[in-house]
Design a binder for this molecule. Structure first.
Ligand SMILES: Nc1ncnc2c1ncn2[C@@H]1O[C@H](COP(=O)(O)OP(=O)(O)OP(=O)(O)O)[C@@H](O)[C@H]1O
Length: 300
């Protein structure tokens, strides 16, 4: 069985206006997992519970196979990096160099050369206090500082918020690099479809605090397709995962399926070729999933 770096079992967090959970997820080691969902769905709350800056009201979380319901030991925290939604208040009054030496003293694995290289590639001014920086500059500092200790587990809350396109591309490249070279597991919340497409191995979808499931991104893109074949509605009625269909011409019908790989096999054995097939865009898939259409191979 694949090792899991974090396991979340029946976790519930009650907020004033919303309950997040119950949530049950296992994050596989060495992958990038995108946490996706509309505003207020509970992504930041979940990341904060994974970092133990928020405690669940019910359920259990294990890190590297260990449960620490009261306090995460320093030895575990040192293996984790976190870019929260908001910059921590104590660092706001520090310059980049002060904040970096504060973090370097805490993380044994801090790689100062890597940090310096990232800062210069991101073009972050060093002598300025963090609170006086632009939103994007601060974000770039935070990403560089989270990557510098090369953590085993990296939690990123909307990391690209405020980044310009050049910094965004650099961030994507660096996350790939760290993941590959250090076998780092990355969990990131995002609203950016291109970020999910470029980075994620798995997608977790949350809506109104409820977990809708976790699925391999490639399986979503390979299976959720719009297809055109020769035939009529009677053929489509027999196919799995059909969400909708439309008679395009007298003998051409188009349909959307969530199980294209299976559909392809069935049509092949019936000798019916695809005229054309196109993968749905990720945002279309996520919308249809939120509307209650469950992907094949979903884990929940
Ligand atoms: N500290 C808090 N106290 C009370 N309610 C909170 C608190 N933090 C979050 N909430 C509520 O919990 C719900 C989930 O919020 P959360 O920030 O986790 O969502 P999100 O998915 O990260 O949203 P966004 O995409 O807008 O960042 C929201 O309804 C929010 O109002």
């Amino acid at each position: 069985m694949e090792p899991h770096i974090i396991e979340i079992r029946n976790v519930i967090k009650r907020r004033k206006t919303k309950t997040i959970g119950p949530i049950q997820i296992s994050i596989p080691q060495g992958y990038i997992v995108a946490l996706v969902g509309p505003n207020g769905s509970g992504k930041s709350t979940l990341l904060n519970m994974m970092m133990q800056t928020v405690f669940p009201d019910e359920g259990e979380i294990t890190w590297f196979g260990e449960s620490h319901p009261r306090e995460l030991p320093v030895s575990i925290r040192k293996q984790m990096g976190f870019v929260p939604e908001q910059l921590s208040s104590e660092e706001q009054h520090m310059t980049v160099d002060e904040a970096a030496s504060f973090r370097a003293s805490w993380y044994d694995s801090w790689d100062g050369y890597f940090f310096d290289e990232l800062l210069s590639r991101f073009d972050v001014p060093r002598g300025v206090k963090l609170r006086k920086m632009s939103k994007g500059e601060r974000r770039k500092f935070e990403i560089a500082a989270a990557l510098a200790p090369k953590p085993k587990l990296l939690l990123l809350d909307e990391p690209s918020s405020g980044l310009d396109p050049f910094a965004w591309k650099l961030m994507i490249d660096q996350l790939h690099k760290v993941m590959k070279s250090m076998d780092t597991t990355i969990v990131l919340s995002t609203h950016v479809v291109d970020e999910i497409r470029r980075l994620a191995d798995y997608v977790i979808l949350i809506h109104h605090g409820k977990l809708l499931g976790m699925v391999e991104k490639d399986s979503l893109l390979d299976n959720w397709k719009e297809c055109w074949i020769q035939g009529d509605a009677s053929i489509v009625e027999e196919l799995p995962g059909i969400l909708s269909s439309k008679q395009e011409t007298a003998n051409t019908i188009s349909f959307i399926t969530t199980e294209c790989l299976e559909v392809e096999k069935i049509l092949q054995s019936a000798g019916i070729p695809f005229i054309r097939a196109r993968s749905l865009e990720l945002d279309e898939v996520l919308r249809l999933w939120i509307e209650g259409n469950i992907p094949a191979n979903v884990q929940n």
